[in-house]
Ligand binder design. Structure first.
Ligand code: GFB
Length: 425
């Protein structure tokens, strides 16, 4: 892999003496440790929440690799401005990861820090190097995909522009005080780990932001580090608690009855496939909105989805179905009519929950309840569904009770099932 060598003087400052311990607390370094370096990253603004979770795993494993050489910390990009978060009466921006995820769990895989803490540590919102990842303007070489990486002119005029003070300004998660000192574009075809030599040898800056990280792939999809990163990506405890309370109240479901115990440390949790029983309900993820509007072939009409649900409820001798969906209330009502005679539940957050956890948190509660059902049916091609598949595997469900999806109206009723990825511990 070729790239142009650019050397930058590393800003050694007093803050180099700050170290992070697992759990995120600041510790003073004892003298022997290498100076800290910070990797920040971001994803194409158009991407949804659950693809972003996948990109997190790719970058977390890049940091894991970087740590073999230097003392790198991953800076978590604040959440916000997501296309699907439509609730109007709240500011859904500058949201820390701790609102949605258990940051201590993340820290057990690689050291992470929230962006606001990064600003406190470095004393300002400055990022030394902003590297904007992009594809190759000319496409693949002779129609063939091969791993490569080159510093190039930007394919499109960057939205990040240098101001009169020599600071690059643009969208840095809604923090007006944040800026970059340098900006460049890097064309890349490859996996996240391919960036390690570039970050350790070509760049010596203390903090580097990689934009458009969806451009890079997983190093080892489905392998042990992939699953370690995934296992560390636990939902925040308050959200799990809300989901658990809903399960207990409406679905007669609890961890002890359902055989889905949670250990505090994900590294100790290795349930065998099939050990989880799940609550006495079927859960479905019915992705509507843009999926339905665009007539995607994998989207089932409401009557077709209802027929599938009823068949499974009869087969499993269950009466309750939990529906996670982004559908408007009118469609949920229609579905309920089609499922007459069965108990249909969906999670409607009380105002206090919605205000505190916003649209992202409500979606997580839905995913958590789906993850604990006896049987799950998802929507094909939805990353929201994919993350539920994984969550259920990590709880110890049999893949047959998990990897199921609705067949779209444009597909046969025995459409291809989703691909199964066994957990590797
Ligand atoms: O998560 P996500 O990327 O999944 O985006 P897909 C869908 C978003 O819609 C979620 C909301 O993050 C939620 O905000 N949503 C979807 C839901 N289903 C539910 C649900 O059951 N409950 C709740 N509470 N919210 C991708 C999009 O969506 O599909 C891309 O990210 C594009 O932008 C692509 O539209 C076609 O993978 O399903």
């Amino acid at each position: 892999i070729l790239f142009i060598v650019t050397i930058q003087v590393r800003s050694e400052t007093l803050e180099d003496d700050l170290l992070f311990a697992p759990g995120g607390q600041l510790n003073m370094k004892m003298g022997q440790a290498k100076p800290q370096r910070f990797l920040l990253y971001d994803v194409n603004p158009g991407e949804g929440f659950n693809l972003r979770r996948d990109v997190y795993m790719r970058i977390a494993n890049l940091v894991k690799k970087l740590q073999e050489r230097d003392n790198w910390v991953l800076v978590l990009p604040p959440w916000g401005r997501l296309y699907h978060w439509k609730s109007r009466n709240m500011q859904q921006v500058r949201i820390p990861w701790s609102t949605f995820f258990d940051v201590e769990s993340l820290n057990r895989h690689v050291p992470v820090v929230e962006f606001e803490d990064y600003m406190k540590i470095t004393g300002e919102g400055a990022i030394d190097e902003h590297v904007y990842l992009q594809s190759y303007k000319e496409g693949w070489t002779n129609g063939k995909w091969e791993e490569r990486m080159h510093e190039r002119e930007c394919n499109d005029p960057p939205t990040y522009q240098k101001n009169g003070e020599g600071k690059y300004r643009g969208w840095y998660w809604g923090y007006s005080e944040a800026y970059a000192r340098n900006f460049r574009c890097l064309s890349i075809q490859g996996s996240a780990g391919d960036l390690a030599p570039f970050l350790t040898k070509n760049i010596t800056a203390r903090s580097v932001l990689l934009s458009r990280c969806e451009e890079v792939l997983h190093d080892y999809y489905g392998q042990v580090e992939y699953w370690n990163a995934r296992r560390s990506l636990r939902f925040a405890k308050p959200l799990r608690d809300i989901g658990d309370e809903f399960r207990r109240t409406y679905l007669d479901s609890s961890d002890s009855k359902d055989k889905t115990p949670i250990l505090d440390d994900w590294r100790e949790m290795k349930p065998t496939a099939g050990s989880a029983k799940g609550g006495p309900y079927i859960a479905v993820h019915l992705r509507r909105q843009d999926f339905a509007r665009n007539n995607r072939k994998e989207v089932a009409s409401l009557p077709k989805a209802a027929t599938h649900i009823k068949k499974k409820l009869k087969e499993l001798k269950l009466k309750k179905v939990f529906v996670a969906t982004d559908a408007p209330a009118s469609e949920i009502d229609q579905l309920k009519v089609h499922l007459k005679g069965y108990e249909v539940y969906n999670y409607i957050p009380p105002r206090t929950v919605h205000d505190r956890f916003m649209d992202g948190g409500v979606a997580i509660i839905d995913q958590w309840i789906c993850a604990h059902a006896r049987y799950f049916i998802g929507t094909g091609q939805s990353t929201f569904t994919f993350r539920i598949f994984e969550e259920r595997q990590l709880l110890g469900f049999d893949t047959k009770m998990t990897y199921n999806r609705f067949c779209g109206d444009g597909e046969p009723t025995d459409c291809d099932p989703p691909s199964v990825w066994a957990v590797v511990y």
